[in-house]
Design a protein around this ligand. Sequence first.
Ligand SMILES: [Zn+2]
Length: 112
Amino acid sequence: MDTIMIDSMDGPLYCPFCAALLVDEGFQDPCPHTLFMCVEEGGIEYCSPEIDAEELEEKIDSDGMDRATDDINIKKAIKFALYEGAPSSMAVYVGIKTDDLPIKKVKKSKKK
Ligand SMILES: [Zn+2]
């Protein structure tokens, strides 16, 4: 899963597809695109039915949360990683799926 890194744990983070506010000094309600919401050392806050929460939890225990959420294999999904900044290891991870959107192809911008 590709990751977009954000240098603030408090957000605000909006869903890029429906503009729902997902993180604003804490988790807000998940939108229909939300796959997971979790916080380092706090566990899984939200997990969509597409993800096996038990399996994810086991993987977090063995590989760490950053790696475990990276390894979730859902096509056309992206992960937002909100880091508190070094040396803190605090982080919030939010997964967003895009595959229910009828994206045909990405148009590349032409620079002049
Ligand atoms: Zn959304």
